[in-house]
Design a protein around this ligand. Structure first.
Ligand code: FNR
Length: 359
């Protein structure tokens, strides 16, 4: 039977009650990476709101991998301990708690969006960034110092992802997502725009995809067999005028991610370079990429970008364009997106007892 938005999604032994996921969205609301009441309320209310999967924002696997000094992190036990009550609450509301494990690479060390997203120098609370190549992100202002990663740095970052995954599991997360999109570290390795290495991590498709495959496999090796691993990719750099990452390479990459142990590819786009041109930023603007990957692979696929109504999300699943509808900004406007979608579609779902009289 063709699934709909409110058909449960089972990956390995983990079942989400519906096909709505809260997209990872940075809140820039910690002091030193430790989750606060903000995260408990923000993530918790979206679980109350009925989403099948509630994913944290990009959660840094090491301090250098934060976008801003305010990002959520999971590089120590203290970080994991602060996340544990949040996963417990999400689960108590019937949602699956998920974490996005991230490293910002050359897009690290800047101010929050509401402070201008400007590069931060070490004497302003910033730090030296690491990336596949030494060339920094082309900011208008002077970027922080950047270093091309050595082989040892690559091993260290891989270890940081593994340790972070182990801590995330102990904190109660059921899905681990490897962030390889939006111009951050792992995307920087994938894209020829940001990777001019001449070792086994640069040059050919095989070499540029090596680190994301290795990290996915390493996370899978420590993630329980009965629980899923996701990978978020940018399907294209949106830079057709130069040698760049594109949908054809994404289609080639997807089965390799499956081989490395991924269960779902979360298909986003862009973020590698400010010259990018988004061809059509309207409703569902990235869905065609998810659909192309779904048509060409056996891997489950999540679609994200411009999904704002229950009907649109339901059509996405019914037409088998994707397996999971990932909703970002609409969840900022409406924490109860999934409950509203069920109401709009005439589907009976469990509403928290406290709220039943409202639905
Ligand atoms: C984002 N996005 C994002 N993506 C990601 O992979 N990790 C992250 O931490 C963030 N952070 C973030 C913060 C905020 C405030 C916004 C609005 C977006 C991108 C987000 O997950 C999503 O892919 C895009 O917003 C497109 O989907 P929507 O918003 O059109 O549903």
């Amino acid at each position: 039977m063709t699934p709909s938005l409110f058909t449960p999604l089972s990956l390995r032994e983990t079942t989400a009650r519906n096909r709505v996921m809260v997209s990872p969205m940075c809140q820039y609301s910690t002091g030193d990476g430790v989750a606060t009441d903000w995260h408990q309320v923000h993530l918790g209310s979206r679980a109350v709101g009925g989403a099948g999967v509630v994913m944290t924002e990009a959660t840094a696997v090491e301090p250098r991998g934060r976008i801003t000094p305010h990002d959520l992190g999971i590089w120590s036990q203290e970080h994991a301990d602060a996340l544990a009550p949040i996963t417990e609450f999400i689960r108590s509301q019937g949602s699956v708690p998920a974490i996005q494990l991230a490293h910002a690479g050359r897009k690290a060390s800047k101010t929050r969006p509401w402070d201008g997203s400007e590069p931060l120098q070490p004497d302003e609370g910033g730090w030296e960034t690491v990336a596949p190549s030494a060339e920094p992100y082309p900011y208008d202002d002077e970027p922080p110092q950047q270093r091309a990663m050595t082989a040892e740095d690559i091993d260290d970052v891989t270890d940081s992802f593994v340790t972070a995954a182990k801590r995330a599991r102990e904190a109660g997360f059921e899905i681990a997502e490897v962030h390889a999109a939006h111009g951050y570290l792992l995307h920087e390795f994938l894209s020829p725009v940001t990777n001019d290495r001449d070792d086994e991590y640069g040059g050919s498709f095989e070499n540029r995809t090596r680190l994301v495959r290795e990290i996915t496999a390493a996370v899978r090796a420590v993630w329980p067999d009965d629980k899923p691993v996701f990978v978020r990719i940018s399907a294209t750099d949106w830079l057709p005028d130069r040698e760049s990452w594109d949908i054809d390479q994404s289609v080639r990459l997807a089965p390799l991610l499956a081989e490395a142990g991924a269960d779902l590819v979360d298909v986003s786009a862009g973020g590698i370079h400010p010259d990018q041109e988004i061809p059509n930023a309207g409703p569902g603007y990235q869905i065609p990429y998810a659909e192309t990957i779904k048509e060409n692979t056996d891997l489950a696929v999540g679609a994200v970008g411009g999904i704002t109504t229950g009907e649109q999300a339901d059509q996405l699943i019914r037409n088998e364009r994707a397996d999971l509808a990932i909703v970002g900004r609409e969840h900022l406007r409406d924490p109860y997106f999934a409950l509203h979608a069920a109401h709009e579609l005439g589907v009976d779902v469990d509403v928290p007892a406290q709220y039943r009289r409202g639905f």
